[in-house]
Design a protein around this ligand. Structure first.
Ligand SMILES: NC(=O)c1ccc[n+]([C@@H]2O[C@H](COP(=O)([O-])OP(=O)(O)OC[C@H]3O[C@@H](n4cnc5c(N)ncnc54)[C@H](OP(=O)(O)O)[C@@H]3O)[C@@H](O)[C@H]2O)c1
Length: 258
């Protein structure tokens, strides 16, 4: 068993990022051979630099990269080019499992260029010959500050009262790790947090805990990255796997780090 584990090479594209670095640590703790690959380590999935070398002998590729720019054309170019390159180099290297992290509700968020790009990424993976698993996660707790900042106008934060079921990045990394060492599902697995909130209420809690004076205003027409949300746009289905970490516990634990 130990031997089987150590010979399965797992390459993590975006291995220096929020999810990627946690995933590398978790796989390492399990005695797996996990290699972080990103521009920082000389591997660029957009230009192809370093891909052939890092994929040599790899069984699994996990793509947890993210685009540096979320501008409509730039983000589409990033996910399309990067995914096409990864799948082509994986086919040449004989990789048997492509794992990618996407977002719950992607097909309901297509007014946003970012989500059009994530859907394009998913569709390229589904159309390729490489066995795959797509994990769709809900918004990370770590992303709540970004939502607040993006929705701020002066001292006010305008947010929808739609439901959201956020998850700790640590729980996402655990779920991705489990899928990566299992058999390809050739489909989509959803992961979410253990609790639902109203979006405006979630941000209110975050700002209050950080003693941030901005005022949160609930507005059903407030857009989320350009999208008007319905009640359940961001919520996963009933079969979603749930993370353990509660938002309040994460807030108090992460208080000293943010
Ligand atoms: N934020 C959320 O709430 C949320 C929810 C569900 C799903 N997701 C998905 O989760 C994924 C990971 O997000 P994250 O927040 O962990 O990302 P992140 O912290 O922003 O990290 C992005 C990673 O991508 C790498 N990267 C950038 N350009 C690259 C390139 N050309 N070639 C190879 N690697 C490249 C970066 O490498 P360097 O450090 O070397 O630049 C970094 O390791 C994304 O695909 C996102 O769609 C996010």
């Amino acid at each position: 068993m130990k031997n089987e584990r150590s010979i399965m090479k797992i390459v993590v594209i975006g291995g220096s990022g929020l999810i990627g670095s946690k995933l590398i640590t978790k796989l390492g703790e399990q005695g797996r051979q996990a290699v972080a690959a990103s521009p920082n380590t000389g591997v660029n999935s957009v230009t192809g630099e370093g891909l052939a070398e890092v994929l040599e002998g790899a069984s699994v590729v996990v793509d947890v990269s993210n685009a540096p720019s979320w501008e409509d054309a730039a983000v589409m170019k990033f996910f399309e080019t990067s995914t096409r390159n990864l799948l082509a180099y994986e086919a040449a290297a004989g990789v048997g499992h492509h794992v990618a992290l996407s977002v719950v509700g992607t097909e309901r968020l297509l007014e946003s260029g970012y989500f059009r790009a994530k859907l394009a990424q998913e569709n390229l993976i589904k159309a390729s010959s490489i066995p795959y698993s797509i994990i769709r996660a809900t918004q990370f707790f770590e992303f709540v500050k970004g939502i607040a900042d993006f929705s701020t106008d002066g001292n006010r934060v305008l947010l929808s009262p739609a439901l959201i079921q956020p998850i700790a990045a640590d729980d996402v990394a655990s779920a991705v790790g489990q899928v990566a060492v299992g058999s390809p599902v050739n489909g989509v697995v959803e992961v979410g947090g253990p609790e639902q909130f109203r979006l405006y209420e979630l941000v209110q809690r975050y700002l209050a805990a950080r003693k941030d004076p901005r005022e949160v205003v609930a507005d059903p027409h407030a857009r989320y990255y350009g999208v008007e949300l319905s009640e359940r746009t961001l919520v996963p289905g009933d079969d979603a796997q749930l993370g353990e970490t509660r938002f309040a516990d994460w807030l108090s634990r992460s208080a000293s780090q943010i």
